[in-house]
Design a protein around this ligand. Structure first.
Ligand code: UGA
Length: 370
């Protein structure tokens, strides 16, 4: 393995070139493809023999073809472009790479297919499904998969307020639904709303691509709108326990969009911090990894060294990310530190009955208040 930042040294003589540059969203939601097209130009300028270009970035349908056109217009050397979307989760990339549910390959030529088969031989030996298809189809599989997972979360988060109203428990609903083999249990957890650098961006990019093709993207718009609306709904949950937030102190447990990362992109915590600050509440935040990143956006709130410090003197604690440290915390000690024993559990990590028995007032997402 060698690392290099110069195309003219990295590309000549390579049989396989993997493209995995960022495709950040433009303000319209459209994926910005400038980095990928710049990379395609650099490949065209530097290939010396036949090369297979494996496109792994999340890109709108038709991008592999455009990459091919860019390179073809600049060189007569043989090459193929395949689409091989990435399904790795942040924080679990190595595990996901070694144990993929499936490998999706959009390839046109027999030569490209043969190289890909060879490359993924270790996976085919252990019976991982390797599925060949058209490049356009492979590109869409990525957006469709992320949008389906986002849809499941928005579906559950849409049911959450109804559960709260009628006294049902969304966790039990998810359990009951998930036991149906056709539905399955994963990605059914009600939450503060999905975040990160993938689901919000990819749902919006799919909407943009569909609407640019004059296709109705109503369902996908609803997934996104439900999520945005839901992220703002936690203020009302907090107000059930602390009606007047002006001058009150709130402990926020969790800033990252999910545990085991310092990534705060599109995290629901950011929306909540802004809302609480607008209400004149004093925010005391704790996260095992994401404080430095959050400080850049919110230098004016207080940050705690541990969850106990964030709870000290608080009128309520709000759980925003399901870090293990919050699951295993000494709640009895926490209660002793707080001004008022109120917990708003946006990840439903606590057992409502147990926590009420400890003397807390409790509000979850999709659970009757206790
Ligand atoms: C996601 C996909 O899961 C990966 O398969 C994909 O490769 C990746 O995007 C990508 O496109 O690169 P990631 O963004 O790392 O991975 O995070 P997830 O673990 O999928 O979680 C996304 C968000 O959904 C988090 O905010 C999480 O808290 C939320 N979530 C997840 C829920 O609210 N409820 C659930 O039941 C599951």
């Amino acid at each position: 393995m060698a690392f290099n930042t110069k195309y003219e040294e990295a590309i000549p003589g390579r049989e396989v070139i993997i493209l995995c540059v960022g495709t950040p969203p433009l303000p319209s939601g459209k994926a910005d493809l400038k980095y990928i097209f710049q990379a395609a130009e650099s490949i065209a300028q530097n290939i010396s023999d036949y090369a297979l270009i494996i496109q792994k970035s999340t890109v709108p349908v038709g991008t592999a073809k455009k990459i091919e056109q860019i390179i073809r217009s600049k060189t007569s050397i043989g090459f193929d472009v395949v689409s091989n979307p990435e399904f790795l989760k942040e924080g679990a990339a190595v595990k996901d790479f070694q144990n993929p549910d499936r490998i999706i390959i959009g390839a046109e030529s027999d030569k490209a297919k043969a190289i890909m088969e060879n490359l993924y031989r270790p996976h085919s030996r252990v019976n991982r499904p390797i599925v060949f298809m058209k490049r356009e189809t492979a590109e869409l599989v990525k957006y469709a998969s992320n949008s389906m997972l986002a849809c499941r979360i928005s579906f559950m988060n849409s049911l959450a307020p109804y559960c709260e109203k009628i006294g049902a428990d969304i966790k039990e609903v998810a359990k009951g639904m998930g036991l149906d083999g056709r539905i399955g249990p994963r990605f059914l957890q009600a939450s503060p709303g999905y975040g990160g650098s993938c689901f919000p961006k990819d749902v919006r990019a799919l909407i943009d691509s569909m609407e640019s093709n004059q296709i109705n993207a109503q369902l996908f718009r609803a997934i996104d709108q439900v999520n945005e609306f839901h992220k703002k709904s936690h203020l009302d949950r907090i107000k059930q326990l602390v009606p007047n937030l002006s001058g009150k102190q709130l402990g926020i447990w969790g800033l990252s969009f999910k545990p085991r990362t310092d990534d705060i992109r599109d995290s629901a915590s950011l929306v909540l911090i802004e809302q609480l600050s607008d209400c004149g509440a004093k925010v005391y935040a704790y996260d095992p990894e994401a404080i430095q990143n959050t400080k850049k956006l919110f230098p004016y709130i207080e940050y705690a060294k541990n969850p106990y410090e964030a709870a000290r003197g608080a009128n309520a604690v709000v759980v925003m990310t399901e870090w293990d440290v919050f699951r295993s915390i000494d709640l009895f000690q926490v209660k002793g530190l707080m001004l008022e024993p109120n917990i708003i559990d946006c990840r439903n990590i606590y057992n409502p009955e147990e926590i009420v028995n400890l003397g807390f007032k409790y509000v979850g997402v999709g659970r009757a208040a206790g």
